[in-house]
Design a protein around this ligand. Sequence first.
Ligand code: ZN
Length: 458
Amino acid sequence: MADQRIAKNGNGLKIMIVVMLAVIVALIAVIAFMSRSNNTPDPGRIITDNTPSSDAGATDAPGSTESSQTADNVTPIPPTEVPTAVPTAPAELKLVDYSGKVEHVFTHSLIAFPELAFATEALNNATNVEKVQSTYFVDCITVKEFKKILDALYKDGYMLVNINYVYEKDGSGVPRLKKTFKFPEGKKPLVFSFDDTCYYSNKMGRGMIDKLILIDGKVGTYTKHKDGTVVQGFDEEFVPIIDSFVEEHPDFSFEGAKGMICLTGFDGILGYRTQRVADGDGRTEADRQREIEAVKPVIAALKATGWYFASHSYKHGAMERYSRDNMYDCASKFNSEVIPLIGETKIYVYPYGSWKRSSDGKTCPPAQQVLNDFGFEYFCSVGANWYANTRADLGNVILQDRANLDGTAFVKFQSIFSTYDGTGTPRFPSINFSEFYDEARNISYDDAVAAYKEWRPF
Ligand SMILES: [Zn+2]
């Protein structure tokens, strides 16, 4: 990308004109976007009558007061601060009927500082197996790896799409994937989701950024290292990296869509401690309110630039272990603490990809029914092979697997990414994990594959 920037600088006047035109188009897009948002009815969360009324969650059940506070209370940032990069698909891309599959991939917050994540004293002295067993190795990718993946996805003709665009309701109100929808000719739709974009307290100083912030009105990152050094910028996390990628490649984003940010609530969101104050956590309600006010403009800027949100539960527990009452408590807390900040979402991303199966293949599990009653329609799990379908046994909701782009995929899933469900058609022909692998993981690629096989034979 750096090379392209240099090349651009050589074009002088031409670029200036293009930039000015882009700013005008962007302003029009922002105005259109804002008026569309304002016209969208926001019914708040609708809880049906079969929601348990007498269990633990009842005291903080989503009441009308909280629901009505949703998006309206989010302070919009002044137009002058709205980033100028609200992209639209270039006009020369002709819309045609698309009836193929919609790929959905995901990763976690990026490893911005690999030396803190992978070159700790403990890991330096660890065995190869121990190195590949570390959470960051398994679940995460570095900034360098992420950029190579983006280039590959773009090269393969993928274009980011908002998940809400790819499904609809049938005549009975049951959600289903659209069989056909309008999409630019020659492009393939891609939903890209990002789990746990919360920057949990226990991960501070371990290789990820501390929080998303606004820098000159654009979403950037903030990290304070142990020695007091502060790093602020646009090159440490997926949000600003995709924002600038789309600025350079507007045909990587359909109607301005970026990624789906999946949030829990128990430790706040986006690096801000917005969760309720608990006994002994050393915070006051005033601290919490300050964090809430601080995150609002960040959320507004994310939404204005095509990012959208999903629930990743409140507590990040594995659903298989949840009773109906526990799930109600969890969903209620998300509904009262996170939804007022991010606005309505119909999308639920199971922590660990864990979901409950129907006991008889027909009846919806009670914990799942709780989520359905809270209004979620589209559920996302984890699986490298493509899968998506409306599930009657889960109460008529969509279930989709997401292919993980993480350390596990790097050492294990090349063949799955290279072929399409055994049909032999390349799915992601330009993805080459062994070439993209970042040696900053502190173990060579070959050693990592061997160690992973020793740990979990495949
Ligand atoms: Zn998660």
